[in-house]
Each structure stands twice: as C-alpha cells, then as structure tokens.
Write a protein that binds this ligand. Structure first.
Ligand code: PMP
Length: 349
C-alpha cells in the first residue's frame, strides 16, 4: 500500500474509514482530538493527534512502515529478510508488527531501562529481543551501535537506522502532516512535539510547510518540545547541544542533530520538566478519559505554553505519541513516582 492512501482514509467525510488492507492499511488516519481543558484554559484550540490509536500503539508505526517500504523499494530488504533496529521500544513494536505482516523477522536492541510493558509486549509479538545496558551515544555499547553491528553480522539483514534514515521523516511528511492539514482545513498556527529521532517533528514541519505554500497560507510555527536531559532545547535556542538534568519520559530527548533533523527550520523550543508533563497526563486521564504516555505529556504541556504565548484564538497541534498502559509500572506507579519525588495521580494515592 502506498503511504498516500492513508490520507484518503483520514479525510473520509463520514468519519468512518473504508476497510483497510491488512494491519498496514490501519496505520495512520488517526483522529485529531480537541483537548478540552487545555483549550478552554487558554482560549485557543489545542489538538492532539491520537497516534496511540495506531495498531502498534504509537506514532512509531508510521516510521516503521515508511522505513520497511523504502527498504523494499531500494531492494535492500529481500523476502525472508531480517530487520535489525535499536529502539526505546515503540519503533521495535511497529517494525515487528509490520515485519510479521510482510514476512520478515526482527532483531530488536533496547536499553534495559525502558518500561517493562514495552519489553514484555515485544517478546509477546515475537521480536528477537536483545536488552543492553543504557550507555551514552559516544559509547560503542550504546544500543544504536549494537544494532548496527548486529545488522552487519546477520545474513540477509537490513539496519532500519531510524535516527539517520530519512525515510522516517518522509513517512510523516506524506501522512501525518497532510492528515493534520486536511483535518483542520489548513488552519494551523503552530505545531509542537518532542524528538527522539526527530522524524515526527521534521516530517510534520516539512509537510505542513508544503501544504501552507500550496494553499497560499502562512507556514505554521514549529516548536520543539524538549524534556530535561536533552540537548536539543539548547541547540534550537543557542546552537549549544550540552545536556543537563534528566527525565522519566521514554523515547524522547536527544544529544545530537540526527539525519532526520538536519536542514529543518525549527522556530522555537520549550523545555518541559517531568512534573509539568505529568500534570497534563494525570488531568487528561482523570478528566477527559485520554490515557497517555510521558512524551505526550511533554507535548501537551508545550502546546499549552505556546497557546499562552500566542494568545486566544489560535490553533495549536501536537502529538499524543503513545498510551498510558505502556507505562503502568512507572508513570502510574506511586512507589516509582515517590522515589523520583514526583506527584502521584490522586486516584492512585
Ligand atoms: N514518544 C515516544 C513514546 C516514542 O517512543 C518516540 C520515538 N522514540 C517519540 C515520542 C519520538 O518520535 P520521533 O522518533 O519521531 O522523534
């Protein structure tokens, strides 16, 4: 299936999608949810793209599909082949599910610090999972480097290389961005999200820019949402990648300019502490019935800051990357939160 087919589904006038061709056809075309409290409190319309509704439960299904289709087109991924990748978990889940649907296997390398739920799920769906100690990128034992070496050593294997493989951002340029544009009839003032690979931010920035140019509208402002412990906030603000602090969020934060981020115009950045992100996650769970993971909390908190800066009447879009069930043992575990000096959801206390 071509990536562009998904946009037809997203803009279905009835809101119902046409039957999808296998699980791959069910990737993308996600709802855009108006976040009620955030919108009402700021006088803006704040929307979250419900990426937790993808078949693999996260925004990374799109990147996984785009990377696999690209490798097939290039002829590097051949029948019966193996896809090897280093991941915080969600890309591994997306790759493994798409691989199952298309007759490949996966070897997934993951830092052992990631949530138990993602690790268990990867095992459950049949990934060949290799857990490694968490090491910085400059260390040869870092999960990304381990995955590259494994791909080189494995017969008939490709390395997905999500950080520097721009098929990742292409997936978002041709699907996520166009869906957002059509869901809001081209009225988008700002877009914000956090970066792991940067594929989502870069691809959506490129795609929204193209849609705006085509329709003769102003390009939406692009704002990076960054957790503590990531270098990208300093990079956007002062071209300085140095890192301080840490975050309990998973899958986001970056200490280098990845291939996906190269050449992308980012207008501004917000650095969001964990407590501010958790406040949004708990509020959305408790009062709007929307259960989210940590990176979505960073994103929503950044969208609220942007709304306050722009003033009432603006439309701000962000990404709801994955769901809370993936982090029950952390974000929704009072003992874990108390150990980090973070607030506990009132209904769990
Ligand atoms: N949120 C979560 C939960 C993720 O797993 C990831 C990907 N690692 C991201 C956000 C960031 O997405 P991207 O890689 O497109 O920057």
């Amino acid at each position: 299936m071509q990536m562009t087919d998904q946009n037809t589904q997203a803009s279905s006038p009835t809101g119902w999608q046409t039957p999808s061709e296998g699980m791959i056809g069910a990737i993308g075309g996600t709802p855009l949810i108006r976040l009620r409290e955030a919108s009402d409190a700021t006088g803006c319309a704040i929307y979250g793209k419900a990426e937790f509704m993808n078949p693999g439960g996260s925004v990374k299904d799109r990147a996984a599909l785009a990377i696999i289709l690209d490798a097939e087109r290039r002829g590097t991924l051949r029948p019966g082949g193996t896809i090897v990748e280093g991941t915080a978990g969600n890309t591994g889940i997306g790759l493994t599910l798409v691989a199952k649907a298309r007759g490949y296997r996966t070897i997934i390398v993951m830092p052992e610090t990631q949530s138990r739920e993602k690790i268990d799920f990867l095992r459950m769906i049949g990934a060949d999972l290799r857990l490694v100690p968490a090491k910085p990128f400059r260390d040869p034992g870092n999960y990304v480097h381990v995955s590259r070496r494994l791909a080189e050593e494995t017969e008939n294997a490709v390395w997905a290389n999500q950080f520097d493989n721009t098929a990742n951002r292409e997936g978002h340029r041709t699907t996520t961005a166009r869906e957002i544009w059509s869901q809001l009839d081209g009225r988008v003032d700002a877009f914000t999200c956090a970066c792991g690979t940067g594929g989502t931010l870069a691809g959506v920035a490129m795609g929204l820019g193209e849609c705006a140019a085509r329709d003769g509208r102003a390009r939406p402002e692009i704002v990076l949402a960054d957790p503590e412990g990531s270098g990208l906030y300093g990079w956007v603000k002062a071209n300085d990648l140095s890192v301080s602090g840490s975050s309990i969020t998973e899958g986001i934060g970056q200490s280098r300019v990845t291939g996906n981020l190269e050449g992308i115009a980012i207008d501004d950045a917000e650095r969001i502490p964990d407590a501010e992100a958790l406040e949004q996650i708990f509020a959305l769970q408790d009062r709007e019935g929307i259960s989210l993971g940590g990176s979505a909390g960073i994103n929503v908190a950044a969208a609220i800051r942007i709304a306050k800066r722009l003033g009432p009447g603006h439309r701000i879009v962000t990404i709801l990357c994955d769901g809370g069930a993936r982090y029950q043992s952390k974000l929704f575990n009072p003992a874990f939160l108390q150990g980090k000096g973070l607030p506990t959801p009132p209904w769990l206390d």
